[in-house]
Every structure is written in structure tokens, then in C-alpha cells.
Design a protein around this ligand. Sequence first.
Ligand code: ADP
Length: 171
Amino acid sequence: MWFIDMRTAIYPGSFDPITNGHLDIVQRAARLFDRVIVAVAQNETKKPLFTTEERLDLVRQCIAPIANTEADSFDDLLVKYVARKGSQVIIRGLRAVSDFEFEFQLALMNRKLEGRIETIFMMPKETYTFLSSRIVKEIARLGGDVGCFVPPIVQQALTRKLGERSGGARV
Ligand code: ADP
């Protein structure tokens, strides 16, 4: 029988880019734990819009006002990273039933790989349950206003990135 050390929690994800939904989860987690590390997964196979450094930089700036939080990135197996950080807790966000199947599989796989690590699911404010990085990118790509879904620096980064990608022709 062991006890889980609940002091440090890791909130991993692609954060491509970080949204107000992610930030809602960070805020909730920071109230429960002494230290929350928002960990950007390199995830090159997902072909992210932003580089790891860009995603990390946006996360760092967005979480700066939230006490007890820090940003980091990782490219190894999540459970190995969590153990390396001296943590035993993984935070994941659950928006809707549609998230459940994948998150359930991931949590049980991580438990199989490292039995001492627990996954804790948190629900965002209802208004963020429809929000995802994918939808934000899609709206921005089509020229829609994403100002109420992401912080201003993320909105600016999206405008810049999508402008670069279209050769400056259209945002
Ligand atoms: P991943 O590639 O790990 O799915 P994401 O950056 O999309 O990375 O999400 C990271 C975590 O944050 C996941 O647990 C996801 O379910 C959760 N999440 C994403 N968007 C929201 C949101 N709007 N509200 C709450 N949780 C969210």
C-alpha cells in the first residue's frame, strides 16, 4: 500500500495552441496542488501548427499570472517524464462524453506502464466544453474572430502564423 504524493501535478498536452479551456483547467489544478507543471508534448507526429518552442512560449506567458504553475516540454514517455519530475499525478481535462473513451484508454495504459501514477480528470467551466485547439485553428484559418476563446497573445500568434503560412496573402 502506498500513498500518492499530491504536491506536484503534471498537466500534459499538445497545447497547439493553449486556449481558455486549458487555462481554466490550469487555474482549477493550481488551487488543488502546490505545483502544477503544464507540460507541452513535442508530438511531431500530430504535425502541430506551432513548433514546440512556440507552444511552450505561449503557455509560459499565459500561465505567468497563475501562482504555483510553471511551463515545460517533454519528448519522452509521459509516465517517465512525470516520474522524472518527482510527481505521481497526471491532470487531464474532460469536456464531454466524446473525450471519455480516448482519455480512459490513455489513463489505463499509463497505469499499466507505471502503477504509482494516478490520472485525475477535471471539468472546465461549461462555456469551455465546446472549445478545442483544433476548432480555434479552423476558425482562425477561415478568418473568424477567436478573441473569446484564447488570450490576446495567442490570437496574435495565430494571426502571425497563419499569415506566414499563406505567404502574407491572407490571414
Ligand atoms: P492532447 O494532444 O493531449 O489531446 P490538447 O492540448 O488537445 O492535447 O489537450 C490537453 C488536455 O486538455 C486534454 O486532457 C484535453 O482533453 C484537455 N482540454 C482541451 N481543451 C479543453 C477545454 N476546452 N476544456 C477542458 N479541457 C480541455
